[in-house]
Every structure is written in C-alpha cells, then in structure tokens.
Design a protein around this ligand. Structure first.
Ligand code: AP5
Ligand code: MG
Ligand code: ZN
Length: 217
C-alpha cells in the first residue's frame, strides 16, 4: 500500500504517521525528517537544506526529488510506504508519478488532513519532539506524562528551530502558494481523500485507518 499524507504545517502528518506505519508495517518517509537528520550530521546535503529549512522555505525540487527517488528504490518500500511531506509542488508530484511508473507501481491513497489556519500556529509553537526516538508531543494538546521527557523512551524533548511564530508564517505561505494547488492535481486523479484533522488525535487515526482499509466512504 503506497500512501501520501498531505496537509499544511502542523496538520498532524507526523503524529498520524506514527500509528499508521505501525499498523500497516510500512516505512515512514518524511522529507522534513531527512533534511533535519542531514542538518544535524552536517553533511553537504544538510548544509544546503539548512539555508531553506531555517527560513521556512521549501528546499529545491531537484534536491528533494533526488532524495525520495533514492529512498523509494530501497527494498523495504516494495510492500508499501507512507510519504509524509512529499510531494509539495506540482513538479515533485509529476516526478513521483515517473518514479512510480519506473518501479511498476502507483500511489493508492492520498490523505489530506484539513486543519484551519487559525489552529496551526498554536499547534506548531507548542510542539515538542523527542531527541532520541522522534515522537511528537504538544505542551497542551498532547503533553508527555513528565514535562520534557518522552513517554516512550525517556528521551529529552526539544523544539524545532522553524516552529517560531515568524517561521510558521513563512511556512504557511509556502504551503498556500506551492502545495495547496496539488490538491486538485490528486483530486483530478481520483485518489484524494479528505480527513478532518481538527478532531482528536485518536479519532483522526481511526478514520485514516478505515479509509486505508477501504471500509469508509
Ligand atoms: P516538515 O518537517 O515536513 O514540516 P511541515 O510540513 O511544516 O509539517 P510539520 O512537520 O510541521 O507538521 P505535521 O503535519 O507533521 O504536524 P505534527 O504531526 O508534528 O518540513 C520541514 C521543512 O523541510 C520544510 O519547511 C522545508 O524547508 C523542508 N521540506 C520538507 N519536505 C519538503 C519538500 N517535499 N520539498 C521541499 N522542501 C521540503 O503536529 C503538529 C503539532 O500538533 C504537534 O505538537 C502535535 O502533537 C499536535 N497535534 C497533531 N495532531 C493533533 C490533533 N488532532 N489535535 C491536537 N493537536 C494535534
Ligand atoms: Mg511533520
Ligand atoms: Zn522518545
């Protein structure tokens, strides 16, 4: 099963990915996570990505497509994958179609998490992430049992450098200008499914699970 999660920054793509990849036993491919890892390691890719990520701007299509192309060819993607945060431009979507063609495969589901812009700022500025296992929390909406400590692995929680009010504004503008047009691209193909991402985390997860199992409208 090949799945794409779409939605604005803070819609809950990463949060929902945690349970869905567990349930369906497929790899979670997040371009944002890949860039952050490269930035932490200080590789050439990381240094280049940092110029954009730190400003809340999209990394170039050429670099991003290259990473995904390489990743989708790995053997663990043969039985399916979950793409989180890719594609984000029409050019990336067209490149993905070509990659899937060359692999003799196709995208089965595009899940769009809809969340009103007014909620996104609060979600992003309150987000905390585990340094060790990457689990996502929110200081108000999904707090860990102990402040700043991961429930799953006791790792330390941190705040992403692009989760400031100013960067969030730029990220939302990038989304509206470059990524939102992709919704009609997938709607026209007939595999776009809308989920209300403003509901409780568990409710959203249950609805996505039903859609992927083909048991919901
Ligand atoms: P990326 O890491 O993908 O960031 P993003 O798209 O901005 O999305 P987020 O990760 O911020 O949000 P999310 O939807 O995963 O929300 P989450 O589940 O964490 O990309 C970062 C950067 O990398 C980009 O800006 C760009 O520079 C670069 N990049 C990445 N991909 C690229 C591409 N394809 N092309 C070019 N550049 C690219 O949830 C957010 C918060 O809300 C959390 O605190 C969570 O606990 C809380 N929450 C989640 N669900 C709920 C709920 N139902 N109710 C209440 N709270 C909730
Ligand atoms: Mg994310
Ligand atoms: Zn952890």
């Amino acid at each position: 099963m090949n799945v794409i999660f779409m939605g604005p920054p803070g819609a809950g793509k990463g949060t929902q990915a945690e349970s869905i990849v567990n349930e369906f036993q497929i790899p979670h491919i997040s371009t944002g996570d890949a860039f952050r890892l490269a930035m932490k390691q200080g590789t050439a890719l990381g240094l280049e990505a940092k110029k954009y990520v730190d400003q809340g701007l999209l990394v170039s299509d050429e670099i991003t497509i290259g990473i995904v192309k390489e990743r989708l060819q790995l053997p663990d993607c043969k039985s399916g994958f979950l793409l989180d945060g890719f594609p984000r431009t029409i050019e990336q979507a067209e490149a993905l179609d070509k990659i899937m063609d060359s692999l003799g495969s196709s995208i089965d589901h595009v899940i769009n998490l809809h969340v009103d812009r007014s909620l996104l700022l609060a979600r992003l500025t309150g987000r905390r992430i585990c340094r060790s296992c990457g689990a996502t929390y929110h200081v108000l909406f999904n707090p860990p049992h102990t402040e700043n400590v991961c429930d799953k692995c006791s790792g330390e929680l941190y705040q992403r450098s692009d989760d400031t009010e100013e960067k969030v504004g730029t990220r939302l503008d990038e989304y509206l200008n470059k990524t939102a047009p992709l919704l009609s691209y997938y709607r026209n193909k007939g595999n776009l499914r809308e989920v209300n991402g403003e509901q409780e985390i568990g409710t959203v997860a249950a609805q996505i699970s039903l859609l992927l199992r083909g048991q919901a409208k």
